[in-house]
Design a binder for this molecule. Sequence first.
Ligand code: SAM
Length: 256
Amino acid sequence: MAQEAVTTAPTSDSAYFNGSKEQYVQAMFADIAPRYDLLNDLLSLRMHRRWRRLSVRLAGVTPGQTCLDVCTGTGAFAVDLARAAGTTGRVAGSDFCAPMIRAGFSGLHSASHAPIRMTVGNAESLPFATATFDVVTVGFGIRNVGSIASALSEMSRVTKPGGKIVVLEFTRPENVPAFVTWYLFKFLPWLGGLLSRRDAYNYLPESMKAFVDRHELVRLMQKSGIEDVSVRSLNFGTVCIHIGTRANSAPEARQV
Ligand SMILES: C[S@@+](CC[C@H](N)C(=O)[O-])C[C@H]1O[C@@H](n2cnc3c(N)ncnc32)[C@H](O)[C@@H]1O
């Protein structure tokens, strides 16, 4: 997804970010917000749209449901949820970067789908009550948060027992064809640099390398009280949809 530059793997708060990763990421998305959707379309050949729609289908969103999209950015995932939830549903989107939310604002509202309410908030401390939502999603956001475990545990907390939690994310490629590696690690940063900041798009491959692998992500979801996690691999294994069910009891109360 549309992102900018660092040249070493961004793992957590560190001197590299000249402060916290959180501040760095927030400033970076504020900077690219007006171009984010256009760049996503160009750089993924609009495939990111299909991946979100597939995620909503796999989550089995039905009319009337209440859904949340975390790290919603310009709100594309929230709109897909709103279409599936219909006019009787309700959708919330949350992101800690207000310029990203503002950049998507005009496309968010339609009388033909669920109303969408946008909130500025941190994924690691969601401004919603426990067990509020039937479905909670995050698209290309979890890789960017300071603590994946905290964000997952918050997503789990605000989901109703039996509700669905969906993580759509780039994943560390495993045995992918050489041209895919070339595209991700050479061509994409070069093209992104031409279209955006000079050093733009190094962040995407670097953050993919630094991110947990798909198996570890399953374990982190399970530790957060998310059960029956399944993984759908897309785009030569460079993108995965992890989907699971919120357990009936809080993770700390369950017997392991
Ligand atoms: C790559 S964009 C993805 C946007 C959108 N979900 C999509 O699918 O296009 C990542 C988003 O995550 C947000 N983000 C990163 N860390 C966050 C955090 N800790 N809390 C809330 N939002 C965060 C950024 O502000 C940015 O809008």
